[in-house]
Design a protein around this ligand. Structure first.
Ligand code: HEM
Length: 520
């Protein structure tokens, strides 16, 4: 905040506090003639000008490599149902208990300046500032994900972003990735279904996607849990036509909508629910519960309500409170633990790693990330340390000068006896098509199956013909009818030439031989 002088109003200072005469004026050296002609020489002694110009190009920090565009707001979580049998997490210990939250809702593939209404997954990140540390749910608005081996994550995202040569999104590259990684077919069915573009961020679901463990700290048992957040305003979506129109008319439509609705007191809220499974049942369940491309049927595991999140305060400053916010699936509290989902395990490394790069190694000290109570004296120094750095407290473990109390135990881990290190091979099988088939049946029941065909063909029409053919083949394994309808629709769309790329003669692109191709 600018400093106030009660009589004279606000005055501006240099970054080190010296009041400046006029923040809108540089200081120059000029001769009498120069003065008449309006010229002058800038001076190194003009600290105000130097500070002004030098800080400006340093205003940017790297945007998130995924989920760069987002809205964010503050709010609270209130426990509405007793779940103390399932978990000993203190923020869930009592009906009526409230916890401050920060939420960030994002698109995934687009850059910071991209349009809000693109067909894409929405990120759903919530930080609960609990008395036992920060608990983050870093989820999505779809219940499943495209891949189950974390090593594929960078490739997946590159294929959804801009082509390395043309610097524009490329349908060929998108489908080329998915045709060769068919475990994502279920997620694709969701993305191109009628729920692929939300009407507003107030109308999206939030899913933890992975399986987590909820338990009572120190006790020998736990439950497997999937997290579902349901918008109290209901799920509402945009048609492809409206989404495309909105992207042109108001690319920031969703961010603006969230801000305005909070500003006028129409607070968005979500009900948090859990699906809860006994570990014994997991052993024989129809689906591998550590595979994030699969859901658990609601018939088998109905939703159990836990509480409500309400967003009620906009940030005072977007950069300080939302851009610098750092969420991570590794931020768990006693009573909540990770499962043996390999993707989740890898994500637990990746997010703090990204934050150290994007914001800096002391990012947890910033107000938007700072836990209510922290005593971590074995993390010291580093760039931009802004707290007292634990003064003279020992910076080494096990000292007579630091009295350490033992903290709570984690949720128990599975037994891992006689394990071996091996490649995480999970080949695509017929099973990977089953939930996609079920979803297609649901689309037919809801009479939205043509919407799916139109959405997918609209996106695919610019892909190379051979990649289109492979994509049709993949969806033919879900249902022959899909393949036939896709073929028909593509014909109707009359896509003679792929828009961005054309297969080269000789050594091919995007394959094993080389990298040359022409821009059509
Ligand atoms: C953001 C990695 C899968 C949800 C990010 C970021 C990275 C990342 C590096 C940027 C973080 C930052 O700069 O602060 C990964 C990896 C994955 C993975 C390696 C798989 C192995 C997923 C899945 C979900 C998800 C399955 C949803 C269940 C999100 C969300 C954000 C994000 C919501 C934005 C967080 C925010 O608002 O700051 N991810 N991700 N990611 N990811 Fe993932």
């Amino acid at each position: 905040m600018a400093e106030q002088d009660s009589d004279k109003g606000t005055f501006v200072t240099l970054a080190e506090g010296r009041p400046v005469r006029d923040p809108a004026e540089s200081t120059v050296l000029r001769s009498k003639t120069g003065y008449q002609r309006g010229g002058g020489l800038a001076l190194l002694e003009d600290t105000q000008l130097i500070e002004t110009l030098a800080h400006f190009p340093r205003e940017r920090i790297p945007e998130r490599v995924v989920h760069a565009k987002a809205a964010g707001a503050w709010g609270e979580f209130e426990v509405t149902h007793d779940v103390t049998e399932i978990t000993s997490a203190k923020f869930l210990s009592e009906v009526g208990k409230k916890t401050k939250v920060l939420m960030r809702l994002s698109t995934v593939g687009g850059e910071k300046g991209s349009a809000d209404t693109l067909r894409d997954i929405r990120g759903f990140a919530v930080k609960f500032f609990t008395e036992e540390g920060n608990y983050d749910i870093v989820g999505n608005d779809l219940p499943v994900f495209f891949i189950r081996d974390p090593i594929k994550f960078p490739s997946l995202n590159r294929s959804h972003k801009k082509h390395p040569q043309t610097a524009v999104p490329d349908s060929t590259m998108f489908w080329d990735f998915h045709n060769h990684n068919e475990e994502g077919v279920h997620c694709l069915m969701h993305l191109f279904g009628d729920r692929g573009v939300p009407k507003s961020l107030r109308n999206i679901n939030g899913y933890g996607v992975h399986t987590f463990k909820y338990g009572r700290a120190g006790e020998d048992t736990f439950k497997y849990v999937k997290i579902h957040l349901k918008p109290d305003a209901g799920v509402e979506t945009l048609s492809e036509e409206d989404a495309v129109r909105m992207a042109g008319e108001d690319p920031d439509h969703h961010v603006r909508d969230l801000y305005n609705s909070i500003e006028k007191g129409d607070f968005p809220s979500w009900t948090m629910n859990l699906q809860v499974m006994d570990p014994k049942e997991a052993e024989n369940y129809r689906w591998n519960i550590f595979d994030p491309t699969k859901i658990w049927s609601h018939k088998d595991y109905p939703l159990i309500p836990v509480g409500r999140i309400t967003l009620n305060r906009n940030p005072e400053n977007y950069f300080a409170e939302v851009e610098q916010a750092a969420f991570s699936p590794s931020n768990l509290v006693p009573g909540i633990g990770p499962s043996a989902d390999v993707m989740l395990q890898a994500r637990m490394f990746s997010y703090p790693d990204a934050a150290r790069y994007r914001v800096g190694p002391n990012y947890q000290q910033l107000p938007c990330n700072k836990a209510l109570h922290v005593y971590a004296p074995f993390q010291r120094d580093g760039p931009m340390r802004v707290d007292g750095n634990y003064g003279g407290d020992p910076n080494y473990i096990r000292s007579r000068f630091t009295k350490v109390e033992l903290g709570p135990l984690d949720v128990k881990h599975d037994e891992w006896v006689n394990s071996k290190v091996e490649a995480y091979t999970m080949p695509v099988t017929d099973d990977d098509y089953q939930q996609a088939k079920d979803l297609w049946e649901l689309y037919k029941e809801q009479e939205v199956e043509q919407v799916f065909i139109n959405n997918i063909c609209g996106q695919m029409k610019t892909a190379l013909p051979e990649v289109q053919a492979e994509t049709i083949k993949m969806f033919g394994k879900v249902d022959k009818d899909i393949a036939e309808r896709m073929q028909k629709k593509l014909k109707e769309l009359d896509c003679k030439e792929p828009q961005h790329v054309k297969a080269p003669d000789g050594p091919g692109r995007m394959g094993s031989h080389g990298h040359k191709y022409d821009i059509a």
